[in-house]
Design a protein around this ligand. Sequence first.
Ligand SMILES: [Zn+2]
Length: 131
Amino acid sequence: MTKGYDRNQQRHRALNLFGKDLTRRSHSKCELCGTAGEPLAVFEYPPAPAEPDFGRCLFLCRRCSDELGGAAIEQPEHWRCLNNSVWSDVPVVQAGAVTILRRLSAEHPWAKELLNQVFLEAETESLLGDP
Ligand SMILES: [Zn+2]
C-alpha cells in the first residue's frame, strides 16, 4: 500500500465523519437543489485543504455534485433552485450557488439578475477566493 492510498483512505474516513453533521445541516436534502430522497454525497468545495474541513463541505445530489465539480451544465433550468440556496446562511452553500450562477450568467439573464441581488457574506467571498 502506498502512502497516497493511506492518505486517501484517511481523508475518506474524515469526510464520512462529517456525514452525520451534514445530514443534520441539510435535513437530508441536497443543499443546492433541495432534492430529497436521492443519495447525497459529500462534496468538498475546491481547493480542498490537506485536512478535510467541514466548512468547505456540501451535501449534494449527483447532478449538483457533478456540475458544481465542473461537468457541463445540461439543464440550466435545473439551477433555478439556486433562487433559494443562494440565500443560504451556510457560507459554503452560498459559495456553491454563486459558482454555478457565475457560470450561467453569461448566457442566462435570470442568473445574472440573481447574482446582482444577492449579498455575499465575507466568509462566502473568501471561499470563492476571487480578487
Ligand atoms: Zn441537487
